[in-house]
Design a protein around this ligand. Sequence first.
Ligand code: AMP
Ligand code: ZN
Length: 505
Amino acid sequence: MIRLYDTKQHKKVDFQPLRAGAVSMYVCGPTVYNRIHIGNARTFISFDTIRRYLEWRGFDVTFVQNVTDVDDKIIARAAEEGRTAAEVAAEYTEAFIDDMHRAGVADPTIRPKATEEMDAMIALVETLIDKGHAYVEDGDVYFSVRSNPRYGALSGRNIDEMEGGHRELRADADGHASVADRKHDPLDFALWKAAKPGEPSWPSPWGEGRPGWHIECSAMSEKYLGLPFDIHGGGADLVFPHHENECAQSECASGGTFARYWMHSGMLQVNAEKMSKSLGNFLLLHEVLDDVRPSALRMLMLQTHYRSPLDFSVERMNEADSALTRIENAVKNIDWLCSNATDGAPDALDAAALNVKATEAHAAFTDAMDDDFNAPAALGVIFTLVGDANAEVADKSLSVRDAEAAMVVRDKIVELLGVLGIEIVDNQGDGMASDYPVEVIALAADIAGYGGADAMEAVEALLEARKLARSEKDWARADAVRDGLVSLGFVIEDTPQGARVTYEG
Ligand code: AMP
Ligand code: ZN
């Protein structure tokens, strides 16, 4: 049984999806006025991991994520740059999708755009007006917060206490800086905004205008998932006002439950401060990925529980990279030992014990992730398995039977990491040769007459050349190969099974 922390109930609860075997999820997407930073990426990676895990556990997951492609910030950016809001939104929507692909985040099942869903939003606003939860003022439509006795239940706020600080709240509750004096109550927030000159607008029963931010998610989640749906997610900064307002709109319009479980990921911080555009302390995801492997960034993200704040630093990033390298080296080591296993070698491994270790790791990993998606504990299980595998195969020559047993553990390591979205085998299934420096191709061309363009083949050609040189007692040439490889960051070991190369970078 999966248990998860539900923000609304303020505790861990058993997760029982509405339809057995299926999960419907909605995770608020980005406002596309800029490239996303690694704080945004943390939230998207957290929910991608949760989704992958649910799929691995056999659920058929429908994952909806919107793109907010009309908004004050997009309009402001367009005005600054002399472009249309649609051009700005199109550029950053594409950039967002690219960034997500680079970060290894799977595409949502459906990615609706606000500007393409006007009918659904307008219909929802009409329902709220008809039911007495919203009113029209001068082409704007506002939600009447006091018409909803449950308002505040998600974020644990009390309406009357909220009013004390209402000046600040008025700006907050809209999710936008401007405060509309047309509101009947300072707590109310905009569902529809009358068009201002030069702004993008759509026709509506209340005149030309555009939707408020919160109504988008209410309309799109209902349209694509139906109500209620299982999990609503986003960063913890969205609990109030965004999710509180979504919940109020959808529950007042439908008369039933909106989302059955609410999940929120903690903030990524720098020096204990939230990473945000407004504080200027952000690192853009695509720039970080120019320097850091996506799998290492993910390792860093998953080393902290998704609900806890995550302190980002370059040192922690490097540690995560080294941790990943340790796992990769263990896998490469087993691959190498297995590819050199011989029929003649005596059985050196305790195959039964290795099988048990793999099975136990699978169960412990599942327990960790079933407990509110505890990825740090799940990674701990993988590290233990890696340690056990290293200890078992160390300094051994493997028989073909041993290789089979070792592969069970090796495949379990790769499988469990894959569930967390950390891929350590490249697309060709070749091991980690994609990390090899391209310079090795030139080295192989020089010393070994290699004519291709593949780093893995280049290393093989160099090792062949070295073997030949040694058999011919051409020590100078053999040393040239070794020195060349070492200078590029490779380590060469001579073993009874032949020379083996690892790349340490
Ligand atoms: P936005 O485009 O600002 O609506 O943000 C997109 C997503 O990123 C939302 O789910 C936010 O909660 C999330 N987010 C923003 N800043 C951070 C941060 N520093 N750490 C984690 N998530 C964040
Ligand atoms: Zn939303």
